[in-house]
Design a protein around this ligand. Structure first.
Ligand code: DX5
Length: 223
């Protein structure tokens, strides 16, 4: 079992310097980049799409995951696979036929991810866990960076860890939202092993690499 994976969220980055930011994230030792795709309907923000991701694909070899915070994600999953994403993550709340959507993502030759909003119970995915390659437990209500970590997600994380253990497969348990040096240990101790980091990357003293190193040791220490 490899150690904690730290994934950069681009939502809070300076997208006017996208190429440099992707290179900086790779140099800082991050394990991947999460592209926060928002449609202004599923969440109250409108951000980026496959064209932006494809631009980032040209400048870094880091693994990409598309976090589709959009209604009817099944309509556009192929574009995110084509843009170079290893994982295509859909929200359980946004896909009326989640089993069919996950099967379609697999059919594209990429890995599936399912995200659960804070209010959504883990049971939303127990009937499709065999199709899940990554489980994302949101620790904020999606739409914006810089929000506070929701501590009450810990029981859901612990239950998710148990569900994953029952599958006998390596399914990353990812958290996203409010992950910072002060909260990552809490999430790791609850069972998370993949951490999406947004605004905290740009706040630390000593630059991104210093933040990454500190958070990696915090997460490893809790596991
Ligand atoms: C929220 C996004 C998160 C967010 C993370 O809707 O999915 O990825 O950008 O940003 P922080 O780490 O600042 O909460």
């Amino acid at each position: 079992m490899s150690g904690p994976k730290l994934i950069a969220s681009v939502l809070n980055a300076d997208l006017g310097r996208l190429a440099e930011v992707c290179e900086e994230m790779e140099e800082a030792g991050l394990d991947g980049i999460q592209w926060d795709v928002m449609d202004g309907k599923f969440v109250p923000n409108l951000t980026m799409g496959p064209v932006t991701i494809a631009a980032g694909r040209k400048v870094t070899s880091l693994t990409f995951e598309a976090h589709l915070m959009i209604e009817e994600p099944e309509r556009s999953i192929e574009q995110y696979a084509d843009a170079g994403c290893e994982y295509v993550i859909v929200h359980a709340e946004a896909s009326r036929h989640l089993h069919r959507t996950l099967d379609a993502i697999k059919g594209l030759g990429v890995k599936t991810g399912v995200a659960l909003n804070p209010a959504t119970p883990l049971e939303a995915i127990t009937n499709v866990i065999d199709l899940v390659d990554l489980l994302l437990v949101m620790t904020v209500n999606p739409g914006f960076g810089g929000q506070a970590y929701i501590e009450t997600m810990k029981p859901k994380l612990a239950a998710a860890q148990n569900l994953i253990a029952s599958q006998g497969r390596d399914i990353p348990l990812e958290v996203d939202g409010g992950i910072a040096p002060s909260t990552i240990r809490d999430a790791a101790s609850a069972g998370a092993d993949r951490f999406v980091i947004g605004s905290a990357l740009f706040k630390g003293n000593g630059g991104m690499a210093n933040v990454v190193d500190r958070m990696r040791s915090e997460a490893a220490g809790a596991a």
